[in-house]
Design a binder for this molecule. Structure first.
Ligand SMILES: [Zn+2]
Length: 509
């Protein structure tokens, strides 16, 4: 019999996704601090407050590992031809134009809109790759983290956890003229960057984030970032050297050494475009991944965002070092970046997480299915990524029809959902990603009567969700035991949408 306190809440849905399968007849128990204290059969419940979630399946909140929240303002504004050949690079100029017009309050409003849409889509935590640091004219604000704090405030007001992955950005590229539209991003020397990062971490630990306190010593007196962080934080920092194009090697080494010393997560755009790879070869005589590996910069703290244009050697570099790849398929298809070789990564035991990146669409389940679908179109096959032999765990083992001729077992949906949940949590250092004792009660519900889900069996439900559900099926979202979305509506949805609509009118006339 579980020990239950009157202050605990028991969430009682029809099905709970635990240990890689949906189980019925269970309750998820959460303490007043918002942590899962138990998952027990409903008939063992006693004195706690019950929250019945009828006709609902509960899944762990998803983790959006790569976001540029302000880019939400660009949606629908770039879907036309601007040159003989439109590409990532022509899109980037339009993105810079938007970035050069946003005030701190605009950045708050745009971020809140992006985060609200994430919440509605079942996302509980976001890795925000944040590179807007300065005023419109490139002048530094009195507080060098003013804009980062606006983004963190937006996440807090929506109720999402946030890893603020503070970007280091130095130059336009190797032997490339400065681009005045990058003025808001640039911190020319690593000392300035690290000082500002340190200040932000200190401010979070001193009260910007109510839960990011314990587990870290006070910073500020010796200028060092506190080691470690809270076990269940709402906001924390990581480092994000933008790319090998934008950060020269010496600077990059200092930032990564600093992060390694303090156990911070490291995110970096890697091999998104062929031009970035060829410029790196020209400058260093090595591809971006070869450069990172040969300089000892890859580790299990490192997430390579995109990692599309890679060689087999690069894939084994990630495998050897435990680095993670963050795929952003909805953005990559929109920008014409290419296809992440997810099958090769998974075959080599490289973990993949997912991000919505430019926010053309904010739907992490769509990113999960695209990871597979892009490869189907490329290879003219089905169930491409599930050939991986490492996915043996869980309920599907008992299902003979899912056992491959060589005895390996496949469950594509569980693999793809793991990219959106557990792998994302690992990538950004979020405390959730799975419904387990000791983890926060971060979850979303699916309406079992939703038109896209109806008729699914317990065994096929996850595949129905991953391959067929749209956002309308997501009805409740809970972060740290607190509901932020109820019956498909966010608590502050109307105000957020209204403010964002005003912003778009002002920005684009
Ligand atoms: Zn990005």
């Amino acid at each position: 019999m579980a020990e239950l306190s009157a202050h605990e809440i028991a969430f009682v849905p029809d099905l709970i996704y635990v240990e890689g399968q949906f189980k019925s007849g269970l309750a998820l128990i959460c303490n007043p601090a918002g942590q899962i204290t138990n998952v027990v059969p409903v008939d063992q419940l006693t004195g706690q407050k019950r929250v019945r979630l009828a006709n609902r399946a509960v899944l762990p909140g998803m983790i959006n590992a790569h976001s540029h929240a302000f880019q939400r303002v660009l949606r629908g504004r770039t879907e036309y031809r601007t040159a003989d050949k439109d590409s990532f690079w022509t899109w980037r100029e339009m993105m810079y134009l938007a970035a050069s017009r946003l005030t701190p309050e605009d950045i708050y409003d745009a971020s809140r809109m992006a985060f609200l849409e994430m919440a509605l889509g079942g996302i509980a935590a976001v890795g925000e790759f944040h590179y807007l640091h300065h005023a419109l004219d490139g002048r530094h604000y009195d507080d060098p983290n003013l804009l980062a704090k606006e983004v963190i405030r937006a996440a807090g007001d929506v109720g999402l956890r946030i890893a603020l992955l503070r970007v280091a950005y130095v130059r336009s590229g190797f032997q490339t003229e400065p681009n005045p539209r990058q003025a808001r991003f640039i911190e020319r020397d690593p000392e300035t960057y690290l000082k500002n990062l340190d200040a932000l971490a200190g401010d979070l630990n001193q009260g910007t984030s109510p839960t990011a306190r314990e587990g870290s010593s006070k910073s500020g007196t010796d200028g060092a970032l506190p080691h470690g962080r809270a076990t269940d934080p709402s906001a924390w920092v990581g480092v994000a050297p933008h790319s090998v194009r934008a950060v020269p090697l010496d600077y990059l080494k200092q930032v990564i050494a600093y992060a390694n010393d303090r156990d911070l997560k490291i995110h970096m755009h890697v091999a998104e475009q062929p031009a970035e790879v060829s410029a790196c070869v020209e400058e260093y005589g090595r591809t971006p991944t070869a450069l990172l590996e040969s300089e000892g910069l890859l580790s299990d703290r490192f997430t390579a965002v995109h990692a599309i244009h890679v060689t087999p050697k690069a894939i084994s570099s990630f495998a050897k070092t435990g680095a993670i790849v963050c795929a952003c398929p909805t953005t990559e298809r929109n920008l014409g970046d290419g296809v992440v070789p997810a099958d090769e990564y998974l075959r080599n035991d490289v973990a993949i997480c997912l991000g919505t990146d430019s926010h053309t669409q904010i739907d992490l389940l769509e990113d999960a299915r695209e990871l597979e679908y892009h490869l189907r179109l490329q290879k003219l096959e089905r169930a491409v990524v599930s050939r991986n032999p490492t996915i043996r765990e869980g309920a599907w083992q008992r299902q003979a029809d899912r056992t491959l001729p060589d005895g390996r077992v496949s469950d594509l949906a569980a693999l793809l959902f793991g990219c959106a949940a557990t792998n994302g949590a690992r990538s950004i250092g979020a405390p959730g990603g799975a419904l387990e004792v000791g983890k926060p009660a971060d979850f979303f519900t699916i309406d079992l009567n939703d038109a896209a889900i109806a008729g699914a069996s317990q065994d096929d439900l996850l595949a129905s969700i991953v391959f067929s559900a749209s956002r309308t099926a997501i009805r409740e979202v809970v972060v740290g035991g607190k509901p932020i979305v109820s019956e498909g509506q966010h608590l502050i949805q109307e105000e957020v949408v209204e403010r964002f609509t005003d912003l778009q009118r002002r920005l684009w006339g």
